[in-house]
Each structure stands twice: as C-alpha cells, then as structure tokens.
Write a protein that binds this ligand. Structure first.
Ligand code: GLN
Length: 305
C-alpha cells in the first residue's frame, strides 16, 4: 500500500476544499488558532510513518484525552465496578448535554461524553495520589516524549468558562455518582483536555489500541488485549458524540475527536492515523478531518468493515 501517495492526494484535494466549519469559541483561547492549520500523520505497524502538513505542530487534544483517561481507569479498577458508574451506550446527544443524565439517574451514557469523562476523572482522583502527574507520565510512556504537557492558557480559559461541566458534576453528585469535591474533579478534567500533542505524537500514543495493547517501540504490553478490544468498541460506537453513526458510515474506523480539531482513528493490526483541522462541523467534530479520513479509507479500499 502506498500510503504516502494516498496522503499526498488528500493534501492536494484539501487545497481546493471550502470549509464551512467554525473553530471552537466557547473556550475563548481555542478561537485564536489559525483555521488553515491542516496536518495528517499515519503510523503503519509494518512500514512506519507517513505524513503531510502541520503534523508536527502541537494542538489542544481536548476530548481525545478521554481515551487515555478511560484506559488508565480500566487499568486501576475492574470493569464490573467501573461500568456500574458509566455506561457504554452511544448517547445520540451533544457532548456536553445535561438532559439524559436527569432521566438516567446520574449514570452517563458512555465515558467519551463530558459527563462520562467527569466520572472517570472522579475515579482517577480516588485511585491515585497524584492524578495529574500520573496522567502525563502515562502519555509520556506511550509516546516516549516527556515534553508533552498542558497549555496553561487553554487550561485557564476553559476553567473560566466551565459552568456547563460544573452543572454536570453537580447533577451527578446529587445522584451520588461523584465522590470527590466538584472543584477538584473539574480542575483535573480540564487539565486533561488542555494537554497539547501533535498528530505524530497522537498516532504514536494510540498505537497501543491498534497493536493489541502493546507499545510498538518495544512490544511492551501496556494494556491487556481484552481491555483494548473493549476500548476500541467504545471508540467505534461513542467516539463522535451524536455523529458516531455518521463517522462509522463514512469512515468505518474506531476513533475519537476533540474540539481542538483533532481526530485519531485506528485500524486494528494495521495503523493509527491522526488528522488536525480546527474548523468544526455543527456536531463539534473536525469537518475536514472527517473528510480526510473518509478519503483515506476510500483510497486504501479498506476499513474495519
Ligand atoms: N474541554 C472540552 C469540554 O469539556 C472538551 C469537549 C470536546 O472536545 N468535545 O467542553
């Protein structure tokens, strides 16, 4: 498979594409990003790295962090206990929606919407002495890059506008599904979202999900294969909020997006791929990112289906 040629084709097509998307502005610091940024990085298990554009520039990973958080929680707690506090069903609702939680007694639909990730943050705080340090070192161990850190401006900006996430936490605490105090959970959740990574670093970190739980650099087993299988299933069904069906339909790979404009997708036993384009469609997913991944699985002729 000539991946570089396929990526070059996508890069050329991008030049003639008009985006109708909008850069996220509800976190003011994110609105300052140049909407023209565009990068893609594919990391193939058998043949290494392929890329174009701004693939080495770090951006705000936002909700992509929810996959790392779930993984860490699944390594610390057994699945029965964990999934009693957060379900594994697609939500069909926007990522920051409050409505379902009221009907469903404070149990979030899945760990990849905000409510679910807030429960996972609460779990990690209860399980770990220093959750922030642990979270960063988990990402460092997956990438081999210790300079990965948060962007303090994005962190402060999201903190100042976190009323909706605070509302989710308050509602869940009223139902008894948050054990730590609200400020502590909110602070740790926003910390995770404000981490910055490049397309290349994300493709490298996500390799454990394509490679049966093993880090590719040394084949060290980081996550048991049974757990990876489950995480991938949740990415497939819940990775794109109320557009998870559309992403499956058009791209056909498990993945996760963030409002920073990044999307990571994996093809088990084949490759990981990350694309970054900040303008978002109305569902909060990168518009051109989705297009680029749709072209990838079309031009290669294979997806997981
Ligand atoms: N930090 C963002 C929020 O909580 C993450 C949302 C996202 O990337 N979809 O609103």
């Amino acid at each position: 498979m000539n991946y570089q040629q396929i990526l070059d084709t996508i890069a050329t097509e991008y030049l003639s594409m008009q985006s109708t998307g909008k850069v996220a502005s509800y976190i003011p610091e994110l609105s300052k990003i140049d909407p023209q940024k565009f990068g893609m990085h594919l990391y193939c298990i058998n043949s290494g790295h392929y890329s174009f554009g701004d693939n080495n520039e770090r951006f705000s990973i936002q909700s992509i962090s929810k996959v790392f958080a779930l993984t860490r929680a699944m390594l610390l707690m057994n699945d029965t206990e964990l999934f009693a506090r957060v379900d594994v069903e697609p939500s069909g609702d926007p990522f920051n929606s409050l409505v379902q939680l009221e009907y469903e007694n404070g149990i979030p639909r899945n760990p990849f919407i905000n409510a679910g990730a807030l429960v996972i943050s609460d779990i990690l705080i209860s399980q770990l002495d220093n959750p922030k340090e642990d979270f960063l070192s988990f990402i460092h161990s997956l990438t081999g890059t210790t300079s990965i850190n948060i962007n303090p401006k994005v962190f402060a900006s999201e903190k100042a506008y976190s009323h909706r996430n605070a509302a989710l936490l308050n509602l869940m605490k009223a139902f008894g599904n948050i054990t730590n105090d609200i400020e502590t959970v909110l602070d740790f959740y926003i910390f995770q979202c404000s981490i910055e990574m490049s397309c290349k670093e994300l493709s490298t970190a996500f390799m454990i999900y394509a490679n049966g739980g093993k880090r590719l650099s040394d084949e060290h087993q980081i996550v048991p294969p049974q757990k990876v299988k489950r995480i991938n299933a949740i990415m497939q069904t819940c990775g794109f909020y109320d557009e998870a069906g559309e992403f499956s339909f058009r791209v056909g790979l498990p993945g996760k997006s963030g409002v920073g404009g990044g999307i990571v997708a994996i093809h088990p036993n084949q490759y990981t791929v990350t694309v970054w384009s900040p303008p978002l469609n109305p569902k909060g997913n990168s518009e051109l990112g989705m297009y680029a991944l749709e072209r990838l699985t079309t031009l290669t002729g294979f997806s997981i289906f």
